[in-house]
Write a protein that binds this ligand. Structure first.
Ligand code: NI
Length: 182
């Protein structure tokens, strides 16, 4: 996790790609040692972009980078709990399922209920390259699964029935068109 001063000096807001941008469907690649400088610059900007939106999670694909990096913060605004995950990987998931309403900064203003494993264990590296694990349930579990999906080109709408998905994407297309006309 980064200190505040570092976040403030290097963070810049990045444009968020909107569906159906092709980068959202791409598989992101593993971060290696050679990417260290790029990741150190990327993470504060991803946090700044996520908080500004505002959102509770952001994957690198969404800002046009194909590195396996996600940032999340599901804590209340007054008590921020930012977590940056490099090369995150779900290593265990519960049989029990949970349904939560999800949205996505790349599919703005559209929400739908998505059913996923209730709990997951995620292995990742922090920005210093230290290996870590998180046991997540509730909102954090759904958020981590949603963001890791992004790194594999998967979007929450993929879990909906074709009928629901088409309705939601038609509404999105209409809203984007109206936005552009303004
Ligand atoms: Ni998303």
């Amino acid at each position: 996790m980064l200190g505040m001063s570092e976040t403030q000096t290097s963070a810049k807001l990045l444009p968020i790609l909107i569906y159906p941008d092709a980068v959202l469907r791409k598989q992101a690649r593993l971060v290696t040692r050679a990417d260290a400088d790029e990741v150190r610059a990327l993470v504060p900007s991803m946090f700044a972009t996520m908080y500004k939106a505002p959102g509770i999670g952001l994957a690198a694909n969404q800002i046009g980078s194909l590195l396996r990096v996600i940032v999340v913060d599901v804590a209340p605004k007054e008590t921020p709990a930012p977590i940056a995950l490099i090369n995150p990987e779900i290593i265990a998931k519960s049989d029990e399922l949970a349904t939560q309403e999800e949205g996505c900064l790349s599919i703005p203003d559209q929400y739908a209920e998505v059913t996923r494993p209730a709990r997951v264990k995620v292995r990742y590296q922090d920005v210093q390259g230290v290996k870590k694990e998180i046991d997540a349930d509730g909102l954090l579990s759904a958020c981590l699964q949603h963001e890791i999906d992004h790194l594999n080109g998967v979007l929450f709408v993929d879990y909906l029935s074709p009928l629901k998905r088409n309705m939601l994407l038609r509404k999105l297309a209409k809203a984007v068109k109206e936005q552009k006309a303004r």
